[in-house]
Design a protein around this ligand. Structure first.
Ligand SMILES: *Cc1c(COP(=O)(O)O)cnc(C)c1O
Length: 427
């Protein structure tokens, strides 16, 4: 039988670098042929061969209601029929801003953009403009989109400047980025003691989802808030992934920590390109046209994209939504861990809201180095076993997974049963 996925991948590689428009899609971490998807509905994806998969990627987070929810599709179709874009203000973007300010803690004002990358890039410019400082602190293993100053890896010593982690990023930009290990309170205290007055902002994923899933410690969160307040630095919670995913108020609500600026994306677009950044009024008023920090976008606040996001936010505000989502996600992680244990595979898992981490390790990692120490080969065999059986997990062991409200108890039970067979072969 001909493999349409392979045919499409061969063709794609002739006109698109690596055959993909975002690197992780290329399956480089796990090997094999990326699946080209033709359609999706609820918890299911269908590839170019017509094979069905239960989806645990959810477009990397946005598909919290499952795919093609009829109400979201209807909202998009109705808005699209009225014109796609005006490059001028619309009522629906005001509704979206009001909804975000009502639902997200510490959001007095918000600006809409078209991606998570734009949200974090703009929030950092704003923090620098507000404080008049240049240095930023980020953490090893946290991903904040592909802006220059955020594509930086740790220098050799803790208090050294960062090095670019991508070609094309000038060392002169990277030198303003200080990279510290996640959950390391001592390193954070040291950097503030030495350079507190230079630090415009500290940005983090308040639950990390881009080096597999890593939880923050209470001490780490408390130290972040206290040190930023003491030194006049802006604390940015990058909630592009965790916003409306770990709970209705994101990580701020989950941990009871107030950020100065918050970035959003993924779920707030419901599968369409919407990002946002917002926070305290005195900071947000520094943005043009009110203030001197420039930020703009031709398609920002696109009425069609915002319609999908607003309808998604309406549907996830239903009573019990997060209780059910969390229970379903925990059904998955508990079931997988039990199956692995049965077969003597070194494996553990954890869930937070509708987000989960799977680790080929006996302990939950709390830093980038610990994530890197997990068994990558074990993960790759698990991934391909599950893929063959029709269960689509992220094609890399450095990514969190996602469950949607469309995943049924039977879907998750089927995935656990398939995993049992895969673990049996691994053990
Ligand atoms: C996905 C992600 C981004 C980047 O968002 P894009 O829409 O891909 O540009 C930024 N920060 C975090 C935490 C993310 O998970």
């Amino acid at each position: 039988m001909s493999d349409r996925n392979q045919e499409l991948f061969d063709r794609a590689q002739r006109s698109i670098p690596g055959g993909v428009n975002s690197p992780v899609r290329a399956f480089r971490n796990v090997g094999g042929t990326p699946r080209f998807f033709a359609r999706a509905q609820g918890s299911r994806l269908w590839d170019a061969n017509g094979k069905a998969y239960i989806d645990y990627v959810g477009s990397w987070g946005p598909a919290i209601l499952g795919h093609a929810h009829p109400d979201v599709i209807r909202a998009v179709q109705e808005k699209a029929a009225l014109g796609l874009s005006f490059g001028a203000p619309t009522e629906i973007e005001v509704e979206m801003a009001e909804t975000l300010c009502r639902l997200v803690p510490n959001l007095d004002m918000v600006r809409l953009v078209s991606s998570g990358t734009e949200a974090t890039m703009s929030a950092i410019r704003l923090a620098r403009g507000f404080t008049g400082r240049d240095a930023i602190v980020k953490f090893e293993g946290c991903y904040h989109g592909h802006a220059d100053s955020l594509l930086v890896k740790a220098g050799s010593g803790l208090l050294t400047f960062g090095n670019p982690s991508s070609g094309g990023v000038p060392a002169d930009f990277a030198k303003h980025t200080i990279v510290l290990p996640y959950n390391d309170v001592t390193a954070l205290e040291e950097v503030f003691a030495n350079r507190g007055g230079e630090i415009a902002t500290v940005i983090l994923e308040p639950v990390v989802g881009n080096m597999n899933l890593v939880m923050p410690s209470r001490a780490f969160l408390d130290a972040l808030r206290a040190l930023c307040s003491k030194h006049g630095s802006i604390l940015i919670f990058d909630e592009v992934m965790t916003g409306f995913r770990v709970g209705p108020k994101g990580a701020q609500g989950l941990f009871g920590i107030d950020a100065d600026l918050v970035t959003l994306g993924k779920v707030i677009g419901g599968g369409m390109p919407v990002g946002a950044f917002g926070g305290r009024r005195e900071i947000m008023e520094k943005i043009s046209p009110l203030g001197a920090v420039y930020q703009a976008g031709t398609l920002s606040g696109s009425p069609v994209a915002v319609a999908a996001g607003l309808e998604t936010l309406r549907l996830i505000s239903a009573p019990g939504f997060y209780e059910n989502l969390s229970a379903r996600t925990k059904q998955l992680t508990d079931g997988l861990a039990a199956a692995a244990k049965q077969h003597g595979v070194a494996f553990c898992a954890q869930a937070v809201g509708g987000m989960f981490g799977l680790y080929f390790s006996t302990t939950l990692p709390s830093s980038y180095n610990e994530v890197m120490a997990c068994d990558k080969e074990g993960f790759n065999r698990f991934f391909h076993g599950m893929l063959d059986a029709g269960h689509y997990f992220a094609p890399a062991s450095f990514e969190a997974g996602f469950v949607s409200a469309a995943h049924t108890e039977a879907d998750v039970a089927a995935t656990i049963a398939a995993a049992d067979a895969v673990f049996a072969a691994l053990g």
